[in-house]
Design a protein around this ligand. Sequence first.
Ligand SMILES: *[C@@H]1O[C@H](CO)[C@@H](O)[C@H](O)[C@H]1NC(C)=O
Length: 431
Amino acid sequence: MRSVKEQEEELFPSTPGKVKIERAHGINRQFHRCFASTSTMFLWALFLITLTASYLSFQSFVSTSSRFLSSSAWDRQIRESAAPVRSQGLSVLVTGAAGFVGSHCSLALRKRGDGVVGLDNFNSYYDPSLKRARQALLSRSSIFVVDGDLNDRRLLSKLFSLAPFSHVLHLAAQAGVRYAVENPSSYVHSNIAGLVALLEAARSADPQPAVIWASSSSVYGLNDKSPFSESDRTDRPASLYAATKKAGEAITHTYNHIYGLSITGLRFFTVYGPMGRPDMAYFSFTKAILAGKPITIYRGKNRADLARDFTYIDDIVRGCIASLDTAGESTGTGGKKSGPAPYRIFNLGNTSPVTVPTLVSILEKHLRLKAKKKLVEMPGNGDVPFTHANISLAMAELGYKPTTNLETGLKKFVKWYLSYYGHSRGRKTNL
Ligand SMILES: *[C@@H]1O[C@H](CO)[C@@H](O)[C@H](O)[C@H]1NC(C)=O
């Protein structure tokens, strides 16, 4: 777009007198004489100033009205995106909607006719182009994703005033265990301050939505009782990430207690699958194996392999949607609760931990390539040796039942990876 100055210069060349005089000289001598007179010059100058002034005021009128227009168009997009298209449908604000779990949940909700508005700050913790690609996918399903930050309180209250959300699916967070060593404040900003900003907006909203949010299996920390049950102790986090998620469980409890917000915390166990997070091991291993680069495999004490209860994205999406569907209503209005509201915590895992070397061998099989493995003793930077979910509570209360094992899930991931990043498997197999 051209600046006002450029447009002005086009209409009023910087030396108008000169241009006019030159032209006038060739065309009309009488006209030239006009210019020669001082009083006529003064009148011309006055005329030009008036013209410029009216042009500028017209410009500002146009830009003000277009700003007004674009803001009401924005409002309409929010309202339309939030409106369910089935009767009894939910209206869900999904934070972190351009994220891995957020985008999959948004699509699944939209598919069954629920209203969905996304919120995402598109930060560069990992390649934002993947987030934009997910956003484009959501946009094709008529899901509007607001480009904004959780900590923008005015934005949040504006969203709640535009749409009567029945639910908030709060998945926005600073993820990753090891990155906290590098950038601790990012965890406080998103997982603590951002969470409080969201809960403040939710408790002031009328109607108050039910809040379903992503906690983490990492809250079990140094727990060595296996499998991990919701009633196990979670007061020994091994990373700042885990500590902020544990804090989130305490903070949401407070908002449930004081304001009557219906709260469901979901402890996800190593979620993986198509369009996943590039910072996770299965993803970065795939990239390295395809590039012929070595991968680092950590081992625990006494050379014990690390193991994770890898959970496929479609199973997690079903768990999230079942949580939305079974969440009781919030009981507050105008910042006061009228009775107790539900506070629930569920493990969403797969109940079958797989060691990292087994993960690598499954990837090697699907990629038809051998990995160059570097075995390294695990540094003490936040990783726990193993995770294993007890999911009997989610089974009983949510009807949650994971159906995809790591072998099948990684096959789907590899298929997506090769098509998304445009690798030709045919040529690679000859190596
Ligand atoms: C799993 O959790 C349930 C409570 O949800 C508990 O009753 C059961 O004993 C746990 N199972 C194991 C093997 O820890």
